[in-house]
Design a protein. Structure first.
Length: 588
């Protein structure tokens, strides 16, 4: 399924009708773009689409066109697409898999209004997105409660050292790394609606069994096993969400996705205060009760997920929900908006696996490598400070309750900043320079940690660490960026895992940056982290931007000299696939 959709510049009021499409085509206002990304081949169409189509604008209730005109809520919302072409039937054979699960709801002639689309989108948000966020919260409860546990002298109770703790965190990253791609392939074979609940149940059970930890061996084993069954959760979930949302609506949902995790961290922080106070009940430590109770709670979320994750927009009915989530018209709005935005989302069905050859072809896609490098480097500076936050607070004299409460403010700050930076990225239609904000934010904080005299006061460290960890988290932007630049379902499946694998490698490195011989101020480590922040701001992010800009310009020089007939012939006959096509444009 390698053909790429042409994009017809929509009229200023945001509406689109068959007659509009014909008129625009006759006037030659046809351009081409990557079917996943909002970036078009020309700056004019980029600005037009950002103004007219961005989900973030609708999310913030900004409804003005390029000249400030108000949107007509009852105007046709159906966006111009390849399916309006006279070659639509031929494109069906190129793009749509005969067993695609949404085939019954696919109708190229179907039209709907902005009012109808907004109502359906809100319904999808409540019925699909909210539960996805709850599942992600379950993962983060069991992944992050180790930081609460160590504040309750867990290491001393088990006879563990700081090096053992570092090793456990590193092993957890190894488990994540090892599971990323295999988990994604299993998800693609049996469907994320089945595999994700299975994952949650398994890692929740293991997390609860940490109640019975005896020493170093059991600590390291559970760290690895929990991470192994959590490792593929994020790319699996993003693949699942791509069935429900267009490329423009997904980034802000991913921001809410990660924000939900951080908000849960706040609740977990408060819960930890109570759960850790159970020390002594039946003769057990408080951290054991924390693992047991939180693991049992997330296990229930896993069980519920089997019943609350429908297979696809057109298949939400079941024996326990005979009416389904959506009526026929709502299903068609969801399916046709997604397939108009990216026809290649119909190129595989969601129970179809990938061959070894397909995996290898995706893995060696050099145009995705700049994003993998970003995944490796961009988050390195924040890991050590976050990982050692509770231990640092205890070392500075704060008690268990104070430590867990003082760990909350940075979560609130980071949640707000993440949502704002993601919104800003979509508004300005840029990912590279906007994502650079995370390392730019961290840079002066590390300068302060290095520059302040020793010994540092406990409240001074709290202030600096809180500001540092309130950074604008740009991971949601970069995950959506990877999806947009993948160019096909196959590449999106593999690249999501590979990007996240490099993020896990980053976490493995970050887990070992702070060493005992550099404690308690970690001057040597912080100087190195400062250098990384400077490198990202001066070299890495600008370099990624200019690379994709160069690739787009190189393609445009060949594409723009073709006649419309030559372009149509290319779309039908080319052997170029995905993001290697001449009519594909990378998001920058």
């Amino acid at each position: 399924m390698s053909a790429q959709q042409p994009v017809i510049t929509p009229p200023p009021d945001g509406s689109a009708t068959p007659s509009d499409h014909s008129s625009l085509k006759s006037k030659g206002r046809i351009d081409s773009k990557h079917s996943n990304a909002p970036a078009l081949a020309t700056q004019e169409t980029q600005r037009m689409e950002a103004a007219l189509g961005d989900a973030i604008l609708r999310f913030l209730r900004i409804r003005k066109g390029p000249k400030g005109d108000k949107y007509d809520i009852d105007a046709v919302a159906t966006q111009p697409s390849i399916w309006d072409s006279e070659n639509a039937e031929e494109y069906k054979e190129l793009y749509i898999h005969p067993q695609w699960e949404n085939w019954a709801a696919f109708d190229p002639k179907f039209r709907w209004t902005w009012r109808e689309e907004n109502a359906v989108r809100r319904k999808v948000d409540w019925k699909i997105m909210v539960w996805v966020c709850i599942m992600f919260a379950a993962l983060n409860i069991d992944r992050g409660n180790i930081t609460n546990a160590v504040s309750d002298d867990m290491l001393d109770d088990l006879g563990l050292t700081q090096s053992d703790y570092n090793l456990g965190q590193t092993i957890a990253r190894v488990g994540f790394l090892a599971a990323e791609l295999p988990s994604q392939l299993i998800s693609k074979r049996i469907g994320p609606d089945l595999w994700i609940p299975i994952q949650i149940c398994i890692f929740s059970a293991i997390s609860a069994f940490q109640f019975f930890l005896k020493g170093r061996g059991s600590f390291l084993a559970t760290r690895y096993l929990i991470a192994t069954f959590q490792g593929g959760f994020i790319p699996d979930t993003i693949l699942y969400l791509s069935y429900w949302y267009t490329g423009k609506s997904l980034p802000i949902r991913l921001a809410w996705f990660w924000m939900s995790s951080q908000l849960v961290d706040i609740g977990v922080g408060f819960a930890a205060v109570g759960l850790l106070s159970m020390r002594g009940i039946l003769g057990y430590e408080g951290w054991r009760w924390l693992f047991l109770i939180e693991g049992a709670f997330t296990f229930l979320i896993g069980i519920a997920s089997f019943f609350l994750m429908p297979q696809s927009p057109a298949r939400t009915k079941s024996w326990w929900n005979p009416k389904g989530y959506f009526n026929e018209k709502e299903e068609k709005i969801i399916v046709n908006s997604v397939i108009r935005d990216d026809p290649q989302k119909g190129g595989m069905h969601n129970r179809q696996g990938l061959s070894v050859k397909q995996i290898w072809e995706c893995a060696k896609d050099y145009d995705m490598w700049p994003l993998y490098i970003l995944g490796l480097l961009f988050g390195l500076p924040k890991y050590p400070v976050g990982q050692y936050l509770t231990l640092s607070f205890r070392g500075l004299g704060f008690n268990v309750i104070q430590t867990n409460l003082l760990s909350i403010p940075n979560i609130v700050g980071s949640s707000i900043m993440m949502l704002l930076i993601t919104a800003f990225s979509e508004l300005v239609n840029n990912r590279s320079f906007v994502s650079m904000a995370e390392d730019a934010w961290l840079l002066p904080c590390f300068a302060a940690l290095i520059g302040l005299a020793d010994p540092i006061g406990p409240w001074a460290y709290f202030a600096i660490a809180t500001v540092l960890l309130s950074f604008p988290y740009t991971h949601p932007i970069q995950v959506a960026w990877t999806s947009r630049n993948a160019g096909s379902v196959q590449n999106r499946t593999v690249s999501a895992s590979l990007y996240n694998m490099w993020v896990q490698v980053s976490g493995m490195i970050g887990a070992n940056i702070y060493q005992p011989d550099d404690a308690p101020r970690y001057f040597k480590a912080n100087k190195g982290l400062l250098v990384i922040c400077i490198w990202m701001c001066v070299v890495q992010y600008p370099g990624t931007y200019f690379y994709y800009r160069w690739r787009n310009n190189s393609k445009a020089r060949k594409w723009d000299v073709m006649t419309p007939e030559e372009q149509d012939h290319y779309r039908k006959t080319t052997t170029d696939e995905g993001n290697k096509r001449l009519d594909f444009r990378f998001a920058t």
